[in-house]
Design a protein around this ligand. Structure first.
Ligand code: HEM
Length: 238
């Protein structure tokens, strides 16, 4: 029997796929060819807009993970955090597309971008805020259980809190990997003072690659006998 493809959903579009995915709106979010300074604006906008979408998913998963940790459910929180990490891995891989953006073309399209900077990315800001919230929620959860990051090392790898701590390290690591890759893209495309120049944006990007949301978890991994072992564990909020 032939499947019926006639649309049944409300909304714009000739098919239910178009109506549900809102493809007309989505595909109208990029500058039209006649508006572009250079045709590679499409590459530039698609790479950034799709990153915003993955960051939207990452933020939603992180926010839910925070709620779950607060509710005492680290196992489900870990599953959602793992999804957020995968979303950032995907946007890291997407940066490969900038191999095809020539520095001269990037310079040419600057007037189209105004004073805009990826540093203003709403998705990135929300993901950072949610990461800090996760650090806070996890710290409180450890205190409530009377444990510390260092003591977690001695727990079974299958323990839900142990697993969540590992997933938090994965998250920190993936954010840093994105930053390393993004730093390399910025260097390669150029237009800024070279890395190492005091105050240069690329120098700032290089420094950010060392940033960690959960330094206590890293510290406990390196040296379990430092203050992270203290019974008065308080997570820092970098
Ligand atoms: C042509 C590609 C890109 C270049 C040349 C580039 C360059 C830069 C530079 C030089 C900075 C330092 C601040 C500034 O001067 O504005 C920066 C910051 C930033 N950019 Fe990009 N970028 C590119 C693509 C992207 C993409 C696809 C994203 C994804 C959302 C992004 C997100 C960010 C973020 C979040 C920051 C703040 C620094 C951080 O938190 O690590 N950038 N970018």
């Amino acid at each position: 029997m032939k499947r019926d493809h006639s649309p049944v959903l409300p909304g714009n579009g000739a098919t239910d796929y178009a109506r549900y995915m809102r493809t007309e709106t989505l595909l109208d979010l990029q500058r039209r060819p006649e508006e572009m300074i250079h045709r590679d604006e499409l590459l530039f906008q698609v790479a950034h807009q799709s990153a915003e979408l993955w960051l939207k998913l990452a933020q939603a998963e992180l926010a839910e993970a925070v709620t779950l940790v607060d509710a005492g459910d680290p196992a489900t929180a870990e599953a959602l955090l793992t999804r957020a990490t995968l979303a950032v891995r995907l946007i890291t891989e997407q940066l490969e597309m900038f191999r095809h953006l020539a520095p001269a073309v990037f310079q040419e399209m600057q007037p189209a971008l105004g004073n805009g900077s990826g540093a203003e990315s709403p998705g990135w800001r929300q993901v950072q805020a949610a990461s800090r919230q996760l650090g806070r929620a996890f710290g409180e959860h450890l205190v409530a259980r009377g444990t510390t990051p260092a003591k977690l090392r001695g727990t079974a790898p299958s323990d839900p809190v142990h697993r969540l701590a590992e997933a938090m390290l994965d998250w920190d690591e993936q954010v840093s990997l994105w930053r390393v890759r993004h730093y390399q893209v910025a260097l390669r495309i150029g237009g800024h003072a070279p890395a190492g120049t005091p105050g240069s944006p690329v120098t700032m990007l290089a420094k950010l690659t060392a940033h960690r949301f959960f330094p206590e978890l890293w510290q406990a991994r390196v040296n379990p006998t430092t203050e992270a072992d203290s019974d008065n564990y308080h997570p820092s909020c970098p």
